[in-house]
Design a protein around this ligand. Sequence first.
Ligand code: NI
Length: 202
Amino acid sequence: MPDVLTPTSLRPVIEAVMRPDAAHDWHHIARVWRLARTIAATEPDVDDEILDPAVLLHDIGEKTPGRGNALVEAATVGPLLAPFGIPPHKLPAIVQAINEHSYSRGLAPSSIEAAILQDADRLDAMGAIGVARAFAVGGAKGRPLYRPDDSTSTIQHFYDKLLKLKDGMNTAEGRRLAERRHSFLEQFLSEFLAEWGDDPFP
Ligand code: NI
C-alpha cells in the first residue's frame, strides 16, 4: 500500500529538496497549504490529487533573482510523489500548477488547482506575515528598509508587488481573504511613513 499524501507524510521530502530561507520554509508551505484548503472548500470540482501535491511542492524550484522559481519538470516531481500513489496521469497537471504559480512569471492559471495555488501563495505575501516576510527577504538581500529615493528598498516592494496582489486574486474566496490582508498592508505603510516623517538627516 502506498503512503497517503498529507503535509506530514510529504514534509521530509520537501525539507530534503527545498533550500529554505526565512520567507520560504516549511512553515510557508504549511500556511499556503492551509489557505489552499480553505479556498478549495469553496470551489466545486477541485482535484485534491492535483492540488495537494502542487501546493506542497510549489517552492522546490530554485529561486532565481527577479524571476521567481526555476521551472520544475515531471522528471523531478514524479519520483518525489512515487511513494504516495498519485496517479501518474495527474503529474502534468501538478507540474503545470507549480510552474504557473510564480508571481514574477506573470502567468494566468490554466486550471482551478493552479488558480487556488496562486491565490494561497499570494495571500501569504500579504497581511502581517507578508510584512514580516518582505523585510526578512529584503534584509537577507541587504536592502534598506526605506529610502524615499531608492527603488530597491523593501517599502518600494510594497508598491511594486504586495499592494497589487489583491486585484489579481483568481477565486472569490481568495478575493475575500485578500481584503483584510490588503487593508493591513495599507495600515502598516501609513504608520511606517508617518513614523519616518521628514528624515532630518537624509
Ligand atoms: Ni511560495
